[in-house]
Design a protein around this ligand. Structure first.
Ligand SMILES: Nc1ncnc2c1ncn2[C@@H]1O[C@H](COP(=O)(O)OP(=O)(O)OP(=O)(O)O)[C@@H](O)[C@H]1O
Length: 261
């Protein structure tokens, strides 16, 4: 299997504090890596370094076989897109959805001007929104709809890696499931390579092929999903799993996972 991403000996300091320490990680193309770990363990920092929003103090990142330099090219920035917990982080409130999508499509030269409208409609259909959304502004949508628009914007530039950092945790419980289902269907339809961060092990179980566990700035386990949920390698992973309450299968996202230990 081909690698989409390689992270090698990555280190990030915030002043004297080491937020990431000796991180090594490979991500296979067209697979989903679920990243878990307690609050403050460094998950968002790792996501931001990979997306090029933070410069690491040491180590390197390869996208495909290309090493990403400190100053990335426009093409390299485009290739890694990020979905944030709060969709407003990537949606300009002063721009209509038509402008938001057109800007991304044209800036990265994905299509020429004559194709923008058609492609924008297709993108909205992908995230299960109607074309009339194009004339509206972000504040006219619910949180779940705004997250769908942020997903459409990220997909518009055809990234080779999509990073989703807690993309459902700011949403009402009632819409979390539908946004998660959208990720699952996009994953299949578009053959996405996805780095998915969540503190919710039910969500991680539903979406991941591989699970990576962070603790205090280090990666302490990387295992195939089934192995992680059946026989976690470390005592820390076991602790995370045993903290999940048992729920009936149909009750909620948490019910997607029933602990077996
Ligand atoms: N800009 C910053 N300056 C200083 N310290 C920071 C900065 N950003 C994050 N940190 C610290 O680095 C550590 C890792 O933070 P990070 O946000 O990566 O963790 P996380 O695992 O994503 O946490 P959460 O699940 O709560 O989002 C935390 O201790 C945090 O307080």
């Amino acid at each position: 299997m081909e690698l989409a991403l390689q992270v090698q000996s990555l280190k990030v300091q915030y002043g004297d504090f080491t937020a990431l320490d000796s991180i090594n990680l490979n991500l296979q193309k067209h697979t989903t890596l679920g990243l878990v770990g307690e609050s403050g363990s460094g998950k968002s920092t790792l996501a931001r370094v990979i997306a090029g929003l933070i410069t690491p103090d040491e180590g390197q990142i390869l996208l495909g076989d290309q090493q990403l330099k400190k100053k990335r090219s426009r093409e390299q920035y485009k290739s890694i897109q990020m979905i944030f917990q709060n969709p407003d982080a990537s949606l300009n409130p002063k721009h209509s959805i038509r402008q938001i999508l057109a800007e991304a499509l044209l800036f990265h030269r994905i299509v020429d001007r004559s194709q923008v409208e058609k492609r924008s409609r297709e993108l909205l259909a992908r995230v299960q929104l109607e074309s009339r959304a194009l004339d509206k502004y972000p504040h006219e949508f619910s949180g779940g709809q705004r997250q769908r628009i942020a997903i459409a914007r990220a997909l518009s530039v055809e990234p080779s890696l999509l990073i989703a950092d807690e993309p459902t945790s700011a949403l009402d419980v009632s819409v979390q499931r539908s946004v998660l289902d959208l990720f699952s269907s996009l994953k299949g339809e578009l053959n996405l390579t996805l780095l998915f961060i969540s503190h919710d092990l039910g969500v991680i179980h539903a979406i991941s092929d591989t699970v990576a566990v962070m603790r205090q700035g280090q990666l302490v386990e990387i295992s195939p999903k089934d192995q992680f949920f059946r026989r976690p390698e470390t005592a820390y992973s076991q602790e995370l799993l045993s903290a999940v309450p048992k729920m009936p299968k149909s009750s909620s996202l948490g019910g997607l996972y029933e602990p077996t230990i």
